[in-house]
Design a protein around this ligand. Structure first.
Ligand code: PAF
Length: 275
């Protein structure tokens, strides 16, 4: 496996790599990321991963400086997962001058859910991902469904800007008790970790109810919010949305997803399940 710190070195490697899959990450890798790498190998001749902690997607009150940087351990995991090339640029290499041009996702896609809690976040994500796409020129790129809104924004960016890249979505990897894998799980105390799977259980209960014919989404959402609050959570939202654009369902038969974000202690967890 080769680790590239410059665009020039990365591009030289890409030139002879055939069909390329890219898995963009910010490092601090867990088994969910590794599942993405393994899936990537099924879609391409050569798997590229990127590791770059993207300043543009952090808000002023979010701790960009404290984000764990674990390049050496990450590279060991990537090599074991069959990744051929890692792009790990410095801040200066990626943003050699202040980045003055940005991708502005559709306001209706980013003023809701995670975007409401984190203004500017998806602009930062879309901008860095477009830039990574331009550097690596992958044929296919893979993203996890855990960040469902991110996936939706990136799918729309690729479609509306006609980028010649196939987007593959990977199912969320869960612990045996249902908790979605996330680097944030490491912040949970033992008691919080024991409580954390409730978030997924509440989502699964809504999925089961809707599949059984329930259509009063507001009632289902309110019951889940109450159950979380009763158990010490501070929920931001539990909401049934249309998969394609994450807008409120209008009563048709469009594919749905239920999404949640809630704080347990000092840690904010997100999760979702397709219905
Ligand atoms: O999902 C992430 O880790 C990041 O948002 C991404 C897609 C690598 C962009 O920085």
């Amino acid at each position: 496996m080769q680790v590239h710190h410059t665009v020039a070195s990365l591009r030289a490697a890409r030139a002879t790599a055939g069909r390329v899959a890219l898995v963009p990450t910010m490092g601090n890798l867990h088994d969910g990321h590794i599942a993405l790498m393994r899936e990537a190998a099924r879609h391409a001749d050569t798997v590229f991963a990127s590791i770059f902690v993207n300043r543009l997607q952090f808000g002023p009150s979010e701790d960009f400086d404290k984000y764990p940087r674990t390049l050496e351990a990450d590279c060991e995991k990537l090599e074991a997962a069959g990744v051929a090339h890692v792009f790990a640029p410095s801040e200066e290499e990626m943003y050699p001058q202040p980045q003055r041009y940005h991708v502005d996702p559709a306001p209706e896609h980013v003023s809701i859910l995670e975007g409401a809690a984190r203004p500017g976040h998806f602009r930062g994500v879309a901008t860095v991902v477009l830039k990574l796409f331009n550097v690596v020129r992958p044929d296919v790129a893979l993203f996890g469904k855990k960040d469902y809104q991110q996936l939706m924004v990136l799918r729309n960016m690729v479609a509306e800007l006609a980028l010649p890249i196939e987007i593959v979505a990977q199912e969320t990897v869960r612990a045996a008790d249902g908790l979605a894998l996330s680097s944030r799980n490491g912040y949970l105390s033992a008691a919080e970790r024991a409580e954390a799977p409730r978030l997924h259980r509440e989502l699964a209960a809504i999925v089961a109810a809707v599949r059984a014919g329930a259509r009063d989404f507001a009632k289902l959402e309110a019951a889940a919010l109450a159950e979380l609050e009763k158990n010490g959570w501070k929920p931001d939202y539990v909401t049934v949305r249309c998969r394609a654009d994450l807008q409120t369902p209008q009563g048709g038969d469009e594919p749905l997803v239920v999404l949640a974000a809630a704080r347990i202690g000092a840690t904010r967890l997100i999760d979702n399940v397709e219905i």
